[in-house]
Design a protein around this ligand. Structure first.
Ligand SMILES: N[C@@H](CCC[C@H](N)C(=O)O)C(=O)O
Length: 278
């Protein structure tokens, strides 16, 4: 492994990531958790909610056999793995398009630990929103989450990664979320991302999120999809209704289609690139 290596920094609705180009896996090897934590450190590192390693599908065991050239190797800021990252995959796609590694005029498949997701670019490589086919949601059991003295019923929605969606009176009810919400570990043996949601209008909600492995973040794409599914069920909304999901870092638009797929649309921005030896 080399001492100094390339990175990029980007965000999707202010959910921010360090990207590590590593085509054949020779730069970062197994990408140990310590390096991920150092890169994501907001004072001593570059800073980010997670790391996106850009690696060929053929170069990583988790990617082999998936029908896509590129694999999004996502890690949370604490170094843990997750199956999927909704904001991250748009940023990942933006990098692939800007680097000329994919053709953004057609559908772009990206392999993940939750299988292949397909990206559609509304603009060119450099601008416009990106829509991701996030696949079929799994609506599971009713459960409960708690923060401090407050506790709320929550719906378990699986978007490839686990979510608990809790309706609250006010987004401030959950407090500063410095501590992770508590949850039923029998329901979520591998941890959970917890979303707190309020209504803003018809097909329009706002949310905050505490992410497994990253703490409270400004946005979570898979979380927004889970929230949209919970809201559409609560509203008895017809399929193909477009929901607006407001997050502290911006807005995502989500649709649950008649053929049971969740489509997420939002921005993806690259803000810096360089080399580091972290
Ligand atoms: N911010 C992401 C989700 C990242 C993974 C999550 N923290 C987990 O551990 O499942 C998104 O935009 O979906």
């Amino acid at each position: 492994m080399s001492d100094s290596y390339a990175f990029l920094k980007g965000h999707g609705t202010e959910n921010d990531f360090v990207l590590l180009p590593d085509d054949d896996g020779s730069v970062h090897g197994d990408l140990d958790a310590g390096r991920v934590r150092a890169l994501c450190d907001r004072r001593a590192g570059i800073g980010g909610d997670g790391v996106l390693r850009v690696i060929r599908t053929t170069a990583l065991e988790a990617g082999r056999g998936q029908p896509a050239e590129w694999f999004m190797d996502y890690r949370n800021a604490d170094g843990s793995l997750s199956e999927m990252c909704g904001n991250g995959i748009r940023v990942f796609g933006r990098h692939l398009a800007l680097a000329g590694l994919v053709d953004p005029t057609g559908p772009v498949p990206v392999a993940t630990r939750d299988g292949v997701k397909t990206l559609t670019f509304a603009g060119g490589a450099a601008d416009g929103e990106i829509t991701v086919d996030m696949g079929v949601p799994k609506v599971l059991e009713e459960t409960e989450v708690a923060v401090g003295a407050g506790s709320w019923p929550a719906l378990h929605v699986d978007m490839g990664n686990p979510h608990a969606v809790a309706w609250v009176e006010d987004l401030a009810d959950a407090g500063p979320l410095l501590d992770a919400p508590t949850y039923d570990t029998r329901v979520y043996p591998d941890g959970v991302n917890v979303e707190f949601v309020v209504r803003r209008g018809p097909a329009h909600v706002a949310m905050r999120v505490h992410e497994r492995g990253s703490g409270e973040t400004r946005s979570c794409g898979t979380g927004a999809c889970a929230v949209m599914v919970a809201a559409a069920l609560a509203d008895d909304a017809p399929r193909d209704t477009d929901y607006r999901i407001d997050l502290p870092g911006g807005t995502l638009r989500i649709r649950w289609t008649a053929d049971d797929r969740v489509l997420m649309t939002g921005p993806a921005v690259l803000v810096a690139e360089g080399t580091t030896s972290l």
